[in-house]
Structures are given as structure tokens and as C-alpha cells.
Design a protein around this ligand. Structure first.
Ligand code: WTA
Length: 646
């Protein structure tokens, strides 16, 4: 890797930063050698506890047991709101930028606190108690964050479902979590278009008996159906509620939220995060990774429906008393300068987005950027998938003016917060590398047999050797799956499902998933989910789904579909199948390519050989490898001959 250009930490950045190179090295060493001492100190520095903890960390990975700060008591909403009131009550907490460029709204810490308390009382009036599950199916409006914090205040466990998910996907999550209440908007607005969220929820609720009440936030005033006795307006609940709501004292290990994510097999997994460790990891990583300083305006463009929105729009920033921007719209509306106009308008200092957005905007050309004043920017971030060096260099040069470090942050829904990243003032950068472990994180690389690959350079499957505060504690309702999916493959270690390479300097490069999870526009998806959706269609006998390289999305969805006998393969059917998947899962799962497959390459025991399908999807026909173990090698010739043009 001798040809990799190294971007040195600019002196101005290092001088200003919380953590410079020397501090990182010393503190990282300490965090590994004295994990307890390190996190004890951070837990006292970053959080306010109503009762101190007895034991810092206990774990037994093979049994799936992890606990942090046992015996400690605290409340997340108090940490995110109440304790800031005295020092920064009138400072903006959430800066909301609407889909419409002419509309924005700022909530100060005082205002946010008052509304959270009132809504928390409103939820209590709806019968919500500690431990109940509350679903939040919302657009990117401040009320989504308010709802999360209100749940945290009364000890209810929220599950945010991305507003782009279909009624069926919503239904699955409501059923699995046995949610008591759903909070929804009448409609969401993205790119000038309204999406009927309440109507979607109504449809999902037809078969969700556990949901007793539906709280509706009025976003557009569009017409909606109303079920008396079940539906209640958010604004009516607030009007009748007091803004005095004492916070529930929570145990450090009490659940904070569930967030469904995709695995390589079966239905989505309800990743469960708890209170103390999660919030600590969120706060510490937000401050150090983005080098957040008091008064900075920080903008993470993720949706609250994903973990990035949870940790780095809501919990991390608010725990740190930060000004966090929430954007309702899309990067290309009204045109491709929107992100940069928002940066200029709100004088954003720290900007965190996904490679897919960068690639899409890069493709529109630099003119959209040049008309905007981006001089407020100081730190840039990237998350969700590997960033290709071309996009990295454009981001660095054109958006960051060559002066802003890019933190390429690797983490997962399961990890709660960032685990691998450069730090702005400490780490020299290589385009496309997530570089170094965050404090307290010890990575290893193992081969297929589970033996550790030591030395540099090295390549293998990424594993983590010790627990960290923000890690998830279980999969809701399925602890055995938690153990099997994450701790059984490599005993004594956590298995994230990614491969990685360590270069000669010991810096890490994530090489992508090693399981059947794909990453489409930064959205994580199981190929099995898309396959199950396809085979629900009466015309489909069998389907195999592959992620293939896509210029903008990172990975696109390539599907091989075997039709039922006698069904004709037409373009209309192809479109119908695309619509069908959108209906079953949501638009994010739309297949990019559907190839008709009279047969799929299978082993004699009936297992689909995805390796071969992957090569066909990428048109790497010379690299098909050994096909002699196939039950019927001739199906491969047919698939090669009938590849659709893309
Ligand atoms: C991938 C998103 C390379 C990875 C926070 C991981 C990345 C999955 C990066 C988790 C990165 C995330 N470089 N790959 N900086 N960040 N990934 O749960 O494959 O939606 O396992 O969490 O995204 O996706 P998830």
C-alpha cells in the first residue's frame, strides 16, 4: 500500500482538538490496559448518575452476558436535557430544517425539555408504563426526537421504524415487539412529495392487537382516516399535559430502545440497547470523534429510523449539550446544492453523512457546491459503508476545502456507537480507511478456522475481543439467536460480520460483509429478506438475491428469479415484481436488476451457490471457478447467455 497518499493532521486542527496524537496513543493504551479505570472516569465525567454503580463491567460472551455499570441509576432524558438547563437553557438544542428551504425551527434546551416533559405526561395518560414498547414511525421532524426522549423519561422502550418502510414491514416490527402505542405523523414530506404515514400505519394495525393507541403528529394537515377511541392528536395530548414530569430512575441495564436490523437469515433482528453504557458510549464518541466543542453546530444527515440517527442526531449530541441539526428533506431537493445551502444557512461546523450521498452529489458536478459558503465547516464524517477513495478525495477537497479532516467511522446497529475511526486532531488520514480503534476497543483478524492472523499487513474476518459500553445486550425475544449469530462463531469474541485488512502501518480497511447482508445506499438489508418478499408473489417459484457493485448506491440489488411453470417472463411482470418488493419491504429494497433464471446453480444437496451468482452479476464470467459440484452445470451457461443489459 506504499502508493496510498497520507493526509497529515493539519497543525491548526491538532492544536484545537480535544485529542491529539500523543493523547490518543496514551489514552488508547490506558483504555485497553485499565478498561475499568478508563470507563469509570468517563462515566463520571460525561454522565450524571442519581446513584453510582457497583461494578463497572461484567461479561461472559459465550453465554451472551454483558453488563456495564451494574447498580448505577440514571435517566437518559435528564442527562440529555435537565442537567443542561442551568448552563445552556436558552441555547439551541435541535435546529430543525424542513423539506421546504424556507422553513426551519429551533428548539432551545428549555423548550425541548418542556415539550418532552409534556409529551411524557401525555404518554402516561395513554397508559404507557415503564418497560412498555412504543413504536415511533415518523418523518424527520423534531417530534420524533421528542418522542424518543419522552419514552426515555418514563422508562418506556422505543422502537423507531424508518418512515420509508412499508405497512408490512411495520407490522412485523409491531408484532415482534408487542408495542402498546405507535406515534406517527399524518404524512411525511420528502423532496416536495407527501407520503401517507398514517394510512400505512392504519393498514399495519389491522393485524396488530397489542397496539391500543395511535398518537398522530400533524405535519401536513392532509386528510387521514380516524379511529375514535384509538387515535389521538399529539397536540391535544400536549395541551392537556403538565410540563412537570419527574423522570423515572432507571437502572444502568434497563432497556432504552429496540431497533430492528437485518441479519443474513430470517426475519429482522430486534437489537436491544440499554441505558448507562449506551449513553456513555454515545456521548464520549460524539465528543471525541467529531471533536465537538461548545457552541459548534453539528449536523448528521441520517434518518432517526437508523442507528446513526439515534446515537449521533439525538442521544450523543444532546448528552453533550450540543446543537444538533435535524434535516427533513433529501440532498437533491430543490436541487443538488441543498446540503451545502443548509451548511451555509446554519453555519454548520461538523457534517456527517454517507458515502452514497457524497457519490450522488459528486456526480452532479462542483457547480452546486461552489455557489455556497462552506467556510464554517471544520470536521467531516462518513458512515454506513466503505467510502471509495475518489468520493473521499472529492469530499475532502471540494466540500472540506482541503482543510477539514474526514472521520470515516465504522460501526453497526449492534455496536451502539463508533468503534473504528480516525480522530480529527490525532490521526493522519488515508482515503478509504477507517484507520484505528476507538478507546477501549480491541480488534483482531481471524482466518476461516478462527485462528488469529497476527502481524502487519494482514487480512481476515474482523472480531472484537472485549465488551464495550455501547454494545447491544440481546435480540429482543430471542437471546439464543444473539449468542448464535454473534458469539458462537469465534468463541470468546464478538463477530460483527465484516471482513477487514490491516495495512503495514496497522491501519484498518473494511472490506465489506462476509455474510449475506448487503448495503444499498448505506441501508443494511438481508438478501434473505428480499428473497422472502419475492417468493410471496404467486408467479415466483424461487429467487436468489445478490449485492453487486453500483456506482452510486455502493451495492445494488441483483435478483435471479425462477418463475412458476407456465408463467410468461414479461417486462410487465418484471415491473410488477419490483412494485411487489417495494410494497412488502419499502422502496429501499427495490431490485435494480431482475434476471429470469430457468434454474439456479445449486449443489447436489440443494444449496444455492451464491459465489457463482455473484460473478455472473458482476459479469466476471472468467472467474466462475469450479462449477463441477453443481447438480446441473448447464444452468450457469443459460444465466451467462441471458444476462440482462444494465
Ligand atoms: C457497514 C450503520 C465500511 C459494515 C452505522 C457494517 C461500514 C454495517 C462503515 C452496519 C464504514 C458501516 N466503512 N463499512 N465506515 N460503517 N459499515 O447496522 O458492513 O446499518 O457491518 O450501522 O455497515 O450497518 P448498520
Amino acid at each position: 500500500m506504499s502508493d496510498v497518499h497520507i493526509h497529515k493532521v493539519p497543525k491548526a486542527v491538532a492544536d484545537h482538538a480535544h485529542i491529539n496524537k500523543e493523547v490518543y496513543e496514551a489514552e488508547y493504551q490506558r483504555s485497553i490496559e485499565n478498561t475499568k479505570g478508563f470507563w469509570d472516569e468517563k462515566a463520571r465525567e460525561f454522565l450524571t448518575w442519581s446513584k453510582p454503580w457497583d461494578v463497572t463491567v461484567e461479561h461472559d460472551f459465550p453465554k451472551g452476558e454483558v453488563k456495564w455499570f451494574t447498580g448505577g441509576k440514571l435517566n437518559v432524558s435528564v442527562n440529555c436535557l435537565d442537567r443542561h438547563l442551568e448552563t445552556r437553557g436558552d441555547q439551541p438544542a435541535i435546529i430543525w430544517e424542513s423539506d421546504d428551504p424556507a422553513v426551519d425551527k429551533t428548539y432551545t434546551y428549555k423548550e425541548l425539555h418542556a415539550e418532552v416533559c409534556r409529551f411524557a405526561n401525555g404518554l402516561k395518560a395513554e397508559g404507557v408504563k415503564k418497560g412498555d414498547r412504543v413504536c415511533i414511525y415518523m418523518p424527520m421532524v423534531a417530534e420524533a426526537a421528542i418522542a424518543m426522549l419522552a419514552c426515555a423519561r418514563i422508562g418506556a422502550v422505543h422502537l423507531v421504524v424508518f418512515g420509508g418502510f412499508s405497512p408490512d414491514a411495520l407490522k412485523d416490527r409491531l408484532l415482534d415487539s408487542e408495542a402498546a402505542v405507535i406515534i406517527v405523523a399524518d404524512e411525511s414530506v420528502r423532496g416536495g412529495k407527501a407520503v401517507p404515514l398514517k394510512a400505512n400505519a392504519d393498514q399495519a394495525l389491522k393485524s396488530c392487537p397489542s397496539v391500543k393507541s395511535v398518537v398522530v403528529v400533524q405535519r401536513t394537515g392532509g386528510s387521514i382516516d380516524w379511529t375514535d377511541g384509538r387515535d389521538v392528536w399529539y397536540h391535544d395530548l400536549l395541551e392537556n399535559a403538565s410540563d412537570d414530569c419527574p423522570a423515572e430512575e432507571m437502572d444502568s441495564e434497563d432497556p432504552l430502545f429496540i431497533l430492528y436490523t437485518s441479519g443474513s437469515t430470517g426475519k429482522p433482528k430486534g437489537v436491544l440497547h440499554t441505558t448507562g453504557g449506551y449513553l456513555l458510549h454515545a456521548a464520549v464518541s460524539h465528543k471525541y470523534v467529531f471533536d465537538y466543542h461548545d457552541g459548534d453546530v453539528y449536523w448528521c444527515t441520517a434518518d432517526v429510523g437508523w442507528v446513526t440517527g439515534h446515537t449521533y442526531i439525538v442521544y450523543g449530541p444532546l448528552a453533550n449539550g450540543a446543537q444538533t441539526l435535524m434535516f427533513e428533506g433529501v440532498p437533491t431537493y430543490p436541487d443538488a446544492s441543498r446540503f451545502w445551502k443548509v451548511v451555509e444557512k446554519h453555519k454548520v461546523n461538523i457534517f456527517y453523512t454517507a458515502p452514497t450521498a457524497i457519490r450522488a452529489l459528486m456526480a452532479k458536478g462542483d457547480d452546486y457546491v461552489k455557489t455556497c459558503d462552506l467556510s464554517s465547516l471544520r470536521v467531516l464524517g462518513s458512515v454506513g459503508e466503505p467510502i471509495n477513495p475518489e468520493a473521499w478525495e472529492w469530499y475532502h477537497k471540494v466540500i472540506g476545502g482541503g482543510r477539514c479532516p474526514i472521520v470515516d467511522t465504522w460501526w453497526q446497529t449492534e455496536t451502539g456507537g463508533i468503534l473504528m475511526t480516525p480522530l480529527p486532531g490525532a490521526t493522519d488520514l488515508k482515503a478509504g480507511s477507517a484507520m484505528q480503534p476507538f478507546f477501549g476497543i480491541e480488534f483482531g483478524l481471524v482466518d476461516n478456522e478462527g485462528n488469529e492472523v497476527t502481524g502487519n499487513p494482514a487480512e481476515g474476518i474482523l472480531v472484537i475481543k472485549k465488551p464495550w459500553p455501547g454494545m447491544f445486550r440481546t435480540l429482543f425475544g430471542d437471546h439464543q439467536r444473539y449468542i448464535d449469530a454473534y458469539f458462537a462463531n469465534y468463541p470468546g469474541m464478538y463477530f460483527p460480520g465484516d471482513g477487514a485488512r490491516r495495512d503495514k502501518d496497522g491501519d484498518y480497511w473494511i472490506t465489506g460483509r462476509v455474510d449475506d447482508v448487503i448495503n444499498v445506499s448505506g441501508h443494511r438489508m438481508g438478501t434473505a429478506e428480499v428473497e422472502s418478499a419475492l417468493v410471496l408473489h404467486p408467479a415466483v417459484a424461487e429467487a436468489a438475491v445478490i449485492g453487486y457493485p453500483h456506482d452510486i448506491k455502493g451495492q445494488g440489488i441483483y435478483t435471479f428469479v425462477t418463475l412458476m411453470d407456465g408463467v410468461e417472463a414479461t417486462d410487465e411482470l418484471r415491473q410488477e415484481l419490483v412494485n411487489h418488493v417495494r410494497k412488502e419491504i419499502g422502496p429501499i429494497a427495490s431490485p435494480d436488476v431482475i434476471q429470469w433464471a430457468p434454474g439456479l446453480p445449486k449443489t447436489r444437496s440443494g444449496k444455492i451457490m451464491r459465489r457463482i451468482l455473484r460473478k455472473i452479476s458482476e459479469n466476471l464470467i472468467d472467474e466462475l471457478g469450479d462449477t463441477s459440484t453443481l447438480a446441473d452445470p448447464s444452468v450457469v451457461d443459460d444465466l451467462i447467455a441471458n444476462r440482462p443489459s444494465q
